[in-house]
Design a protein around this ligand. Structure first.
Ligand SMILES: *Cc1c(COP(=O)(O)O)cnc(C)c1O
Length: 384
């Protein structure tokens, strides 16, 4: 056997032994709610399609129209000839929703984080990252080649302590955090983090991948509770509640202009397919227009947590933490027998010992279904 193949097989065996081996399962999504996997039709509680917009007829039509008009691909980087006319419309909407001067759209949320952080922070800089932040915030922070420090989850006092100790030996400092935590569903203390950042001449960026469209009247986590926290850097994705694909940054005019000039993942990557941009525009129009619809997934999640007796949901994401990897896989299999799909999330996506079912609620889940799922989780999973 070739040494590379042997290397791969050894690594895979090790993953298997630790119950961490992953496989791709073909998942046929019909309507934003049901999926077909391994020949079984299951009701999904594992899609980030919170508003079921991936299958919305008007949004699909907007994408089809864009293909007819502009073609399938964008043909080049946005900086060359890939900047088709739909981009400007999308960026105007994003800036309006987030109440910033400007916005810039990237190929994905991951590409946005990998591009933004190294522009803002260089070798002599400091990046503080909430320990439960998404992997691509850590990836972007590492790409900056500055000093990267993690602070305990939502621990504002520790972030302050780290800034007090390290800020003076760095030219610039940036705090980054998920706005809505992707595996826990809780919210970051953005107002307090902003105050700490201001105290130490540091900047704050939130990753609102799971906030836009579903919390704060659909505007995201910096708008929760009838306040507006004026974050200097707000990034997110167009692939979750918005139902399409792409990433974005909302910020001031000068910051967005600098990003357009310097972000390598924007400059050296092809522009999005026009259909993705058109779909995102149509979805944001709907989110701005139908705030009650945007509030529905969180309402459903709260209905679930109340019935199970878990801490009240702060977003449409609800973790049912089991701890052990094998037991989590068994719980996920048991739910499949009941007709539900809830993915088992294991390390390294979550810290060791906190394997969980990560449930996501969408606008179209019926109340009866949620009640039945809650009863199963309470009686057959939590009691064991
Ligand atoms: C999904 C996700 C991303 C990545 O966004 P993509 O557009 O899917 O690349 C970034 N941050 C968080 C918190 C996410 O959940």
């Amino acid at each position: 056997m070739k040494s590379l193949d042997r290397h791969a097989q050894d690594k895979l065996k090790d993953l298997q032994r630790r119950h961490l081996r992953r496989t791709l399962t073909e998942s046929l999504r019909e309507d934003g709610l049901w999926i077909e996997r391994d020949g079984k039709r299951l009701l999904s509680f594992s899609c980030n399609d919170y508003l079921n917009l991936t299958q919305h007829p008007a949004i699909k039509q907007a994408a089809i129209d864009a293909i007819e008009k502009y073609g399938v691909g964008s043909g080049a980087s946005r900086l060359v000839t890939g900047n088709h006319p739909l981009y400007a419309q999308l960026e105007v909407r994003l800036a309006r929703i987030k109440q910033t001067e400007a916005a810039v759209v990237f190929g994905s949320g991951y590409l946005a984080n990998a591009g933004i952080i190294p522009v803002v922070i260089g070798r002599k800089g400091l990046v503080l990252v909430d320990e439960l932040s998404h992997a691509c915030l850590f990836a972007g922070a590492e790409l900056s080649r500055g000093k990267v420090l993690a602070f305990r989850h939502n621990d504002v006092a520790e972030a302050r302590k780290l800034l007090a100790r390290h800020r003076s030996s760095h030219d610039h400092a940036l705090i980054v955090t998920d706005g809505v935590f992707s595996m826990d569903g809780d919210l970051a203390p953005l107002a307090d983090l902003l105050a700490v950042a201001d105290e130490h001449d540091a900047w704050l960026m939130s990753d609102d991948a799971h906030g836009l469209g579903v919390v704060g009247d659909g505007r995201g986590s910096s708008f929760v509770g009838n306040t507006h926290i004026p974050l200097p850097l707000q990034m997110g994705t167009l692939s979750k509640a918005v139902g399409s694909y792409g990433g974005y940054l909302c910020a001031s005019g000068p910051v967005v202009d600098l990003i357009r000039n310097r972000a390598r993942t924007l400059i050296y990557s092809t522009g999005l397919p026009p259909a993705c941009v058109a779909a995102a525009i149509a979805a944001l129009d709907l989110i701005e227009r139908e705030q009650d619809y945007a509030a529905t997934p969180l309402r459903k999640a709260k209905m679930f947590t109340r019935r199970v007796g878990l801490a009240e949901a702060q977003s449409p994401i609800v973790p049912v933490i089991i701890g052990d990897e094998e037991a989590t896989l068994a719980a996920s299999r048991m739910l499949v027998e009941e007709g539900y799909f809830a993915a088992a999330i294991r390390p390294p996506s979550v810290p060791a010992g906190t394997a969980r079912l990560r449930l996501t609620f969408t606008a179209k889940h019926s109340d009866q279904t949620i009640e039945r799922l809650a009863d199963i989780v309470r009686d057959k999973i939590m009691k064991h």
